[in-house]
Design a protein around this ligand. Structure first.
Ligand SMILES: [Ca+2]
Ligand SMILES: [Ca+2]
Length: 171
């Protein structure tokens, strides 16, 4: 014997409106074929900009990406931005990345995160160190060190993490 239970839903459940968001990615390239400007713009049904993410890239004479500035905006004011600076060794392997963030758009850096890599002769990362200075006072608030071991065939056999965070106590 089947029984069918009648359920009546509250009317407000059906009063949802759907909006479409259009996302457009645009890349511009320099004479060397490197992208120097990448923009992602999202607009709603009416064509109004919902969010805008703009990355501008700089390269050194060897064509290596040395600086990327990322700006994410939605309201038209001076947006927060992050800048990533990358340094390389003579074999073009990445030695360090430094990310500085101006989160309140006052042109004063609010946070600095540094990632440094120790490489072997094949460019494999043996040691990486991340230092996070979340209030940009020059003192790291957390740090992480990762050591990676490879076997003779280049496969990772062991990863070892050491994390450290600074806890502030008022005195
Ligand atoms: Ca700032
Ligand atoms: Ca700090």
């Amino acid at each position: 014997m089947e029984s069918v239970e009648e359920v009546s839903w509250p009317a407000e459940l059906y009063e949802a409106t759907a909006t479409w968001v259009t996302t457009v990615l645009t890349d511009a390239y320099d004479n060397h074929g490197n992208p120097y400007l990448s923009t992602v713009i999202q607009t709603d049904d009416s064509g109004a900009v919902v969010s805008r993410r703009e990355s501008s890239m700089e390269y050194d004479a060897r064509g290596r990406l040395v600086r990327e500035v990322v700006v994410v905006d939605g309201d038209g004011g001076t947006p927060p931005n992050a800048q990533v600076t990358t340094t390389y060794d003579k074999s073009d392997y990445v030695l360090a990345k430094v990310t500085t963030t101006d989160s309140n758009s006052d042109r004063v850096i609010d946070a600095t995160k540094t990632t440094a890599f120790g490489l072997d002769h094949k460019g494999r990362v043996l040691v990486s160190t991340i230092t996070d200075d979340t209030d940009n006072d020059g003192v790291a608030d957390s740090s992480e060190r990762t050591s990676t071991t490879y076997d003779g065939k280049g496969r990772i056999t062991r990863v070892w993490w050491l994390t450290r965070s600074v806890r502030r106590t008022s005195c």
